[in-house]
Design a protein around this ligand. Structure first.
Ligand code: NAP
Length: 307
């Protein structure tokens, strides 16, 4: 029996582990992939306080993991399959192919996953021109023409990163104004390699064996056109990873509903980071959520001990 299980080892889960260990909680972190979460695929982070210069995403997360481990946190590489309330108010955490874990409290910190466009050719050419990670795949597109789909921070940042390799980056957005931060918009506009393609949605990704073109529909005129590209990078947002969370605490977007102390309406169950309602989806906010959730879990465990 553990006092606390933290599900997920991204910024929220690792921060919860750091605060939990310092509060003397007997905890374990479970993570189905390597620790680090989405930030591992971010080329550079320049808005996490405490680093004067941009820090590579993998390095920031490796620091967080090492910090949690130095404090004694155990990070177990197992995948959660379900959480249910067991006897005596404890949680039963079932894992895929592993032992079940019993815990008095649980922090859900499983973040969010990238959305897919869902157009013909996307699945077929994934890994053969279609990518969801510029940091991972940009080097394959040296002196090639690429398209980036999306208008948020991620699309703008990844388009800028691609300009280090590609000869041209077509930034395809469904509206006539980007959603991403003004500073990123300015950098995009000033970069001669990036060519914005506004009011356009991708209808198909085409090729034979690998990506050769995309078919775009003009959202104003419904006119179709094909653009020749060698690669397509898709950054159109995220969906919360909450499949295992009881439906009664999810909102209409599938996010976990929490109060300002990261408590759900189920006593002992907390949520932190990108999977929670009203998250601003920033690394620093996820880390802050993790700290809050760990301290709330501490209060909860103390209240159990007193009762
Ligand atoms: P996002 O902010 O949700 O933006 C998604 C973009 O994709 C929007 O421009 C949206 O268009 C477009 N889009 C959505 N569905 C689409 C579809 N089916 N077809 C075509 N376009 C579609 O997602 P994000 O950029 O991944 O960012 C997620 C969160 O992480 C944000 O809160 C962001 O601030 C944060 N983030 C922060 C940083 C940083 O601070 N360094 C870096 C990356 C991300 P519309 O604009 O028309 O809705």
């Amino acid at each position: 029996m553990k006092e606390l299980v933290i599900v997920g080892a991204g910024p929220a889960g690792l921060s919860a582990a750091i605060y939990g260990m310092r509060a003397g909680i007997d905890l374990v972190v479970i993570e189905k992939l390597a620790p680090g979460g989405q930030v591992m695929t971010t080329y550079e982070v320049e808005n996490y306080p405490g680093f004067v210069d941009p820090i590579p995403g993998w390095e920031l997360m490796s620091n967080m993991e090492n910090q949690a481990r130095r404090l004694g946190a155990e990070i177990r590489g197992v995948e959660l399959s379900s959480i249910r309330r067991g006897s005596g108010g404890c949680f039963e955490i079932e894992t895929v192919g592993g032992d079940a874990i019993r815990a008095r409290a649980v922090i859900c910190a499983t973040g969010a996953s990238l959305l897919k466009l869902g157009v013909p050719g996307e699945a077929e050419f994934t890994g053969r021109g279609v990518s969801y990670c510029a940091t991972c795949d940009a080097a394959f597109f040296k002196e090639r023409v690429t398209a980036v789909v999306g208008g948020g921070d991620t699309a703008l940042e990844e388009a800028l990163y691609l300009t280090r390799f590609a000869s041209k980056v077509l930034l395809v957005h469904r509206r006539d104004a980007f959603r991403g931060a003004k500073l990123l918009q300015k950098r995009v506009m000033e970069n001669p390699i990036i060519e914005p393609v506004y009011n356009s949605v991708v209808r198909s990704i085409n090729g034979s064996g690998k990506v050769e073109s995309i078919s775009l529909e003009d959202t104003k005129t419904a006119a179709m056109k094909d653009l020749t590209v060698d690669g397509v990078f898709i950054f159109i947002g995220y969906r919360p990873n909450t499949e295992y969370v009881p439906g009664e605490i999810l909102n209409e977007y599938g996010e976990v509903m929490v109060d300002s102390r990261m408590r759900t309406s189920i006593p002992g169950l907390f949520a932190a980071g990108d999977l929670r309602s009203d998250s601003i989806r920033q690394i620093v906010a996820a880390a802050a959520d993790g700290a809050t959730a760990a301290l709330s879990a501490y209060d909860y465990l103390e209240s159990l001990a007193r009762s």
